[in-house]
Design a protein around this ligand. Structure first.
Ligand SMILES: [Zn+2]
Ligand SMILES: [Zn+2]
Length: 801
C-alpha cells in the first residue's frame, strides 16, 4: 500500500469572504485528498491526508492558484499522524481565540454576475444586489469577525431555499459567499420622494426617467449616498452645485463603460487599468476638447474625475439613464457623506428630488477612492472604498501595537501590529462633531476587527489638531509626537518599502514646525526613525494667518513685499486696492503675520499675481488652477537662488520677481505659469544636489500635497533622474495629508525599535546628528508635557492648504 501523510495547514492573509474554502475544497477533491477546511479568527485552517506527492501539490497550489480576491500572505504546514478519513469536508467557523485575520475590500461586480444580471432566464435577472464569492460588498457590511453572514448587515435576510442550496454547494460559485441573495430573499430597492413617501416600482427606471428630465436623485450606494444628475445637462448640474453649496470643487462623473469614458477624456493604458480595476476609483483624466459634459461639472478644470459602475445598481442605473451621470458624495458642502437612511432623508431632502434607497444597511461610511496615473503607475489621491481595509506590509514591522491618529485635513488613522499597517478609509477634515465621531468610531471598529489594542499612540505635533487632542487624552499608552513633514517622508518610504536615509522633499501647505514657524517647503535628511532639517524655502509672513490661506492675494502681497517689488501696475494690486496697504503693513510690522516656509503659499501667491484666483473655496484650489493654466509645451524656467547655510534657504521670492518681470513685459500667463512650475522643479533639484554634496545621499523621496501637481512632479522627477538621483514617489498611499497616519505609525515603530543604524559612516553631518538627537529626545516617547505651543504660531482650522 502507498504511504499516506497528513498535514495541518494554516493560511494567513485575505482569505475570508473571497471563496478560499471552496477553492481548497475543490482542490483537495481534485487531488483525491481527505481532510477538512474552515475559517477561524486567524484565517483559514485545513488538514489534508493522502499520498505525499498529492499533498505537496496541494500545498503549492494553495498560494499559486488562490481565488482572485485572495491575498495569501503565508502558508504553514505541520505533519500529523494520518487518521484514515476518506472524505474532505468544510467545517464550521471557529469564532474563539485571538483575532488576526484580514478582511477584503468591497469589490466591483464581476463578469459572471454581470452576465447573469443581463440574462432574462436567470433568477437574478436585473436584480440590483447580485454578487458572488468574487465580487460584492465586504468591508462596508462587516460588523465583526469572523466574516460570516450573521456578523454582517445581511444578517436580517434569511436565505431562500435556492440561495441556501447555492451557498452550501461546494461546486457553486456562491459557495459560502456571505452576501448571497436574490429577489426572493434579499434587499429591495425603493424610490422615495423627498419627504420619504414611496413613489413607484421599478425604482431604477423611474429614477432614470427623473434624471433625464433634469432632476437630482440621491442614490444609496456601497459606502454611502451619492447625489446624481445628468452630467450632460448644465441646468441640472448647476442646480446640484447650488443646492449642495459647493462653489467650484469638481464633481465626479460615472459612465457606463470604458468606451463611454473615451468619448469624454483621453485614456492611457494605465488609466484604463485603474478605471476597470476591482477597486473602481474615480480616475482623474484629461478632458477632451468639446466633451459633452456640463461646464459646471468641473469648472475651470482641464481634468475630469470619472469612474465606472461598481455595483449592479450602478450598472442598471447607467444603462437606464443612457448618459453619463454626475455622481458626487451625498452631503452638504464639507459634511461627511450620508450613509444612514433617516439621516440621508433629513440632510439631503433639500437637495434631492427623489431617493433611491434599499434595506441593506451600510455599516461603515466609505467614500469613493480617487486616483490618477503617473509615469504609467497608479497614484492614489484618496485611498478609501475598494482599497480599505487591505493592510500595507511594513518592513521591520511593529514590535508593539500602534495607533497613529493622522492629520487634521483629509484625515485617516492607522492601526498597526506585527507586519501590518491598516490605514483607515477617508475620514475627512476633522473640524466638526460628526467627522470626529466617525474618527473615534472608526478607530474602535478597526481595533475590534483586527484585534489591535494600541500601546503606542502617534500624533502630529500640532496641539490644536483634534486628532492630537484625541491622542493625548488616551490613558495607559506611550505617546509619540511626529513632525508633520517627517511623517510625509516616512509615509513615502513605507509606500516604497524603504527605510531611508533619504533626502526628503516635503512640500505642502501647512505643517507644525519644531521651531515655532509654519513649515511647508522642507528638505529633510530623514529615515523612518528621525530627521534633520537640511533646508527649506525662505520664510515669508502670512498676513492674517489663516485668512491668508483663504485669500491667496494676501500671499501675493507678502511675497511681493519680500521681493521688494514696486508693483502698482499689477492686476492683483488693483483688484485688492482697498485693503492692500493694510495687508502690506501687517507684513512690515509683523503683526498677526506668522512666518511660513510653505510651498503651497508660494503657489498661491503666483496664482493671485497671474490673475488666476484671489480667494479660494476649497483646499489647494489656487494651485490646482495654476497648474491648469500652465502651457504644457513651455519648457522655460525661472531660477531661484539658494543661501547655503545649514539648513539652507531657497529664495522663492526670486521666482516671484522673474514672474512679475515677464508679466510686466506682456508675456502670456500660460507661459509664466509653466516657467514657475519648472522653476520650482529646478529649485528642488538644486537643493537636493547641495544636500547630496553635504550628506552623500543619492535617493530623494517626494511627498506632501503639492506633489499632487503632476506638472511639478513630472518636471521634478525628470530633472532629478537626469542628475543621477533615485526618486521615490507615492503610489499606494496619497502624498497629501491622508498619508500622514501611515508615516506616523512607521516613525513610532522605528522609535520603539531603537535608533536608526546608518550603513554609511559619516553620512550624517555633525549638526544634522545633533538636531536628530534633539528631535528624538532621549529615545523615549514624547510625553504629554513636552507638547508645546509656540507663542507666535497661528494655524488655520478651516481651509489650510
Ligand atoms: Zn460576482
Ligand atoms: Zn434567495
Amino acid at each position: 500500500m502507498a504511504p499516506v501523510v497528513r498535514v495541518a495547514i494554516r493560511v494567513e492573509g485575505i482569505v475570508q469572504g473571497v471563496g478560499f474554502r471552496p477553492f481548497v475544497y475543490s482542490l483537495a477533491t481534485r487531488l483525491g485528498l481527505a481532510g477538512l477546511v474552515g475559517n477561524d479568527v486567524d484565517g483559514v485552517f485545513a488538514e489534508a491526508e493522502g499520498p505525499p506527492a498529492a499533498v505537496r501539490e496541494f500545498l503549492g497550489a494553495l498560494q499559486r492558484d488562490a481565488p482572485p480576491l485572495a491575498r495569501v500572505e503565508r502558508v504553514t504546514a505541520t505533519a500529523k499522524a494520518p487518521i484514515g478519513t476518506a472524505t474532505f469536508a468544510i467545517v464550521a467557523s471557529d469564532p474563539a481565540g485571538r483575532r488576526s485575520t484580514l478582511i477584503a475590500a468591497d469589490t466591483a461586480t464581476c463578469a459572471d454576475c454581470l452576465r447573469e444580471l443581463a440574462h432574462p432566464a436567470d433568477r437574478r435577472f436585473q436584480y440590483p444586489f447580485i454578487n458572488c464569492t468574487n465580487c460584492g460588498p465586504r468591508f462596508t457590511i462587516i460588523r465583526d469577525v469572523p466574516y460570516d453572514r450573521p456578523l454582517t448587515t445581511m444578517a436580517g435576510f434569511p436565505m431562500c431555499d435556492p440561495c441556501a442550496a447555492e451557498y452550501h454547494d461546494p461546486g457553486n460559485r456562491r459557495f459560502h459567499a456571505q452576501p448571497t441573495c436574490c429577489p426572493a430573499c434579499g434587499p429591495r430597492l425603493t424610490l422615495l420622494d423627498r419627504t420619504g413617501k414611496p413613489l413607484s416600482d421599478p425604482a431604477l427606471d423611474e429614477a432614470a426617467a427623473l434624471l433625464r428630465r433634469g432632476a437630482i436623485v440621491a442614490v444609496k450606494g456601497l459606502g454611502g449616498y451619492h447625489l446624481a444628475a445628468d452630467a450632460t445637462c448644465e441646468p441640472a448640474v448647476a442646480a446640484l452645485r447650488a443646492r449642495k453649496h459647493r462653489a467650484d470643487k469638481p464633481f465626479a462623473v460615472m459612465t457606463s463603460d470604458l468606451a463611454a469614458v473615451a468619448q469624454l477624456c483621453r485614456v492611457s493604458a494605465a488609466e484604463a487599468a485603474l478605471l476597470t480595476s476591482q477597486a473602481r476609483p474615480v480616475v482623474l483624466l484629461t478632458r477632451l476638447p468639446g466633451a459633452a459634459v456640463a461646464s459646471s461639472a468641473a469648472p475651470g478644470n482641464r481634468q475630469l474625475g470619472v469612474m465606472l459602475p461598481y455595483t449592479p445598481l450602478h450598472h442598471m442605473l447607467l444603462a437606464a439613464a443612457s448618459r453619463p451621470l454626475v455622481l458626487t458624495s451625498g452631503n452638504v458642502s464639507d459634511e461627511p457623506i450620508a450613509y444612514r437612511d433617516e439621516d440621508a432623508l433629513e440632510r439631503l431632502g433639500e437637495i434631492a428630488d427623489a431617493f433611491v434607497v434599499h434595506d441593506r444597511a451600510i455599516h461603515i461610511r466609505t467614500d469613493d477612492s480617487v486616483a490618477r496615473a503617473f509615469a504609467g503607475r497608479p497614484m492614489l489621491v484618496r485611498r478609501s472604498r475598494g482599497y480599505v481595509p487591505e493592510p500595507m506590509t511594513v518592513r521591520g514591522g511593529f514590535a508593539r501595537p500602534v495607533l497613529a491618529c493622522g492629520a487634521e485635513l483629509k484625515n485617516t488613522f492607522c492601526l498597526a501590529k506585527d507586519r501590518y499597517a491598516f490605514v483607515s478609509h477617508h475620514i475627512g477634515d476633522l473640524e466638526n462633531a460628526e467627522t470626529l465621531r466617525s474618527f473615534a468610531e472608526g478607530i474602535a471598529h478597526f481595533s475590534r476587527l483586527f484585534d489591535i489594542a494600541p500601546q503606542v499612540v502617534a500624533h502630529d505635533l500640532h496641539p490644536e489638531y483634534l486628532s492630537t487632542k484625541y491622542a493625548v487624552e488616551l490613558d495607559g499608552v506611550d505617546l509619540v509626537g511626529v513632525q508633520h513633514h517627517h511623517a510625509h517622508i516616512a509615509s513615502c518610504l513605507a509606500d516604497n518599502g524603504a527605510d531611508g536615509p533619504v533626502i526628503g522633499v516635503a512640500f505642502d501647505g501647512t505643517g507644525y514646525g519644531t521651531d515655532g514657524t509654519i513649515w511647508g517647503g522642507e528638505f529633510l535628511i530623514a529615515d523612518v526613525a528621525g530627521f534633520a532639517r537640511g533646508g527649506h524655502l525662505a520664510t515669508v509672513r502670512m498676513p492674517g494667518g489663516a485668512a491668508a490661506i483663504r485669500q491667496p492675494w494676501r500671499m501675493a502681497a507678502a511675497h511681493l513685499h519680500e521681493a521688494g517689488l514696486d508693483v502698482a501696475g499689477l492686476g492683483v494690486v488693483r483688484r485688492n486696492a482697498a485693503r492692500w496697504d493694510a495687508i502690506v503693513s501687517m507684513v512690515r510690522r509683523q503683526v498677526n503675520a506668522p512666518l511660513t516656509s510653505s510651498a503651497g503659499r508660494l503657489f498661491d501667491a503666483i496664482a493671485a499675481i497671474l490673475d488666476v484666483r484671489d480667494e479660494i473655496s476649497y483646499e489647494g484650489q489656487a494651485a490646482i488652477e495654476l497648474e491648469q493654466r500652465a502651457d504644457p509645451a513651455e519648457g522655460g524656467a525661472y531660477r531661484a537662488g539658494i543661501e547655503s547655510g545649514a539648513p539652507f534657504r531657497a529664495n522663492g521670492s526670486d521666482l516671484i520677481a522673474a514672474a512679475v518681470g515677464d508679466l510686466m513685459a506682456g508675456v502670456p500667463t500660460e507661459l509664466i505659469a509653466a516657467r514657475f512650475h519648472h522653476g520650482m522643479a529646478i529649485l528642488i533639484l538644486d537643493g537636493c544636489v547641495l544636500l547630496r554634496e553635504r550628506h552623500g545621499l543619492n535617493t530623494v523621496a517626494l511627498s506632501g500635497g503639492v506633489f499632487q501637481n503632476l506638472l511639478l512632479l513630472g518636471s521634478t522627477v525628470t530633472r532629478l533622474e537626469a542628475h543621477g538621483f533615485t526618486v521615490l514617489t507615492h503610489s499606494r498611499v496619497p502624498c497629501n495629508d491622508a498619508g500622514i497616519s501611515l508615516g506616523q505609525a512607521v516613525v513610532a515603530a522605528a522609535g520603539q525599535r531603537g535608533p536608526a543604524v546608518s550603513s554609511e559612516p559619516g553620512l550624517w553631518a555633525a549638526k544634522a546628528t545633533a538636531q536628530f538627537q534633539q528631535m528624538r529626545g532621549s529615545g523615549s516617547p514624547t510625553s504629554r508635557s513636552t507638547i508645546r505651543v509656540p507663542p507666535n504660531a497661528v494655524f488655520s482650522r478651516t481651509i489650510p492648504g
